[in-house]
Design a protein around this ligand. Structure first.
Ligand code: VGL
Ligand code: ZN
Length: 197
């Protein structure tokens, strides 16, 4: 059984958004096309409370894209984005939501970020997605969405670690590229046995 996992196709990651991924809007059309070809369609939604600890605005003297040490490890700081209930946190208006079986929110705890759809950034606190997929008999996942080198990347690595057969559809993702993160993500995924198409 297969699932299409669509990561964070939200206004704040698209053109005009608070954390716009270059050419982010381009993922919407191919994702809409793909949705009918899977046993399950799952959308994730980055969903932060105002004042989230991943926001540079919460750390005096820090700028977006600076990195800091959090109790759970290193954390890149971001502009305020995807605040719960705001237009920026809403899905891209052209994304087809109707085929979605599950919409999974993440990053909703103030003190910890969650790039991966499977675990928060301590790499230990589960989001519940693994249990959902397993109980539906899903063993094969295809990842799309934003951003290639953050939430798509961490989701793909965790999925592979959890034993899923993982494909990342590059044509349906776009990246941010902070300090070589795009190339690093690509090689780490290759090493983890993830199929990159
Ligand atoms: C993301 C940075 C911060 C993502 C989410 O969806 O890749 N990146 N929050
Ligand atoms: Zn975020």
């Amino acid at each position: 059984m297969s699932a299409l996992i669509v990561i964070d196709v939200q206004n704040d990651f698209c053109s005009g958004g608070a954390l716009a991924v270059p050419d982010g809007d381009a993922v919407v059309a191919p994702i809409n096309e793909l949705m009918s070809g899977f046993d399950a369609v799952i959308l994730t939604q980055d969903w932060h409370p105002a004042g989230h600890s991943s926001f540079a605005s919460q750390h005096p003297g820090k700028e977006p894209l600076d990195s800091i040490e959090m109790p759970y490890g290193p954390q890149v700081l971001w502009p305020d984005h995807c605040i719960q209930g705001t237009r920026g946190a809403a899905f891209h208006p052209a994304l087809n939501l109707d085929p979605a079986d599950l919409i999974l929110r993440k990053g909703y705890r103030r003190d910890i970020d969650s790039y991966s759809a499977f675990f928060e950034n301590d790499h230990a606190t589960p989001t519940g997605l693994d249990g959902y997929l397993r109980s539906r008999g899903i063993d094969t996942v295809t990842l799309t969405g934003l951003a290639y080198d953050f939430c798509v990347f961490y989701s793909a690595i965790d999925a592979a670690r959890l034993g899923y057969d993982v494909t990342v559809l590059s044509a349906a993702t776009r990246g941010i590229d902070v300090g070589g993160s795009l190339a690093a993500a690509r090689s780490a995924m290759q090493e983890a046995g993830i199929e990159l198409i």
